[in-house]
Design a protein around this ligand. Structure first.
Ligand code: FES
Length: 114
């Protein structure tokens, strides 16, 4: 998706990873959490099957501490995708696999690399 050093705190990179088993597009979100770790999640709210940003590109809360769903306000922690407030409180975003190779970051929808 990008080189590790290009990824900045407070920035979310996005890409498409193809379709899931149900034919629904898999949109990936790549970002750095508060610990400086690179994490990736599927851009799909756990309340209803809609993208967090609804196509607006607004993915982070104003303070940058959470991913936020623009439809009904669910707030997800960056470090693990856990919903701390909103209608899907207690559920987590679908985590995606991040691999770094030669400074380049790759994201896949597999729990483990092939
Ligand atoms: S669709 Fe995301 S909180 Fe309702």
């Amino acid at each position: 998706m990008c080189r590790r050093e290009e990824l900045r705190e407070g920035e979310v990179r996005t890409t498409q990873l193809g379709l899931d088993a149900d034919g629904i597009p898999i949109a990936a979100l790549l970002l750095i959490d508060a610990n400086g770790d690179v994490v990736a999640y599927r851009n799909l709210c756990r309340h209803l099957p809609v993208p967090l940003d609804g196509g607006t590109g607004q993915l982070l809360s104003e303070d940058g501490a959470h991913l936020i769903c623009g439809t009904h306000g669910a707030m997800y922690r960056l470090l693990d995708g856990y919903c701390v407030d909103g209608p899907c409180e207690g559920l987590s975003l679908e985590a995606l696999h991040v691999r770094e190779d030669g400074g380049e970051l790759y994201v896949s929808d597999l729990a483990e690399p092939r």
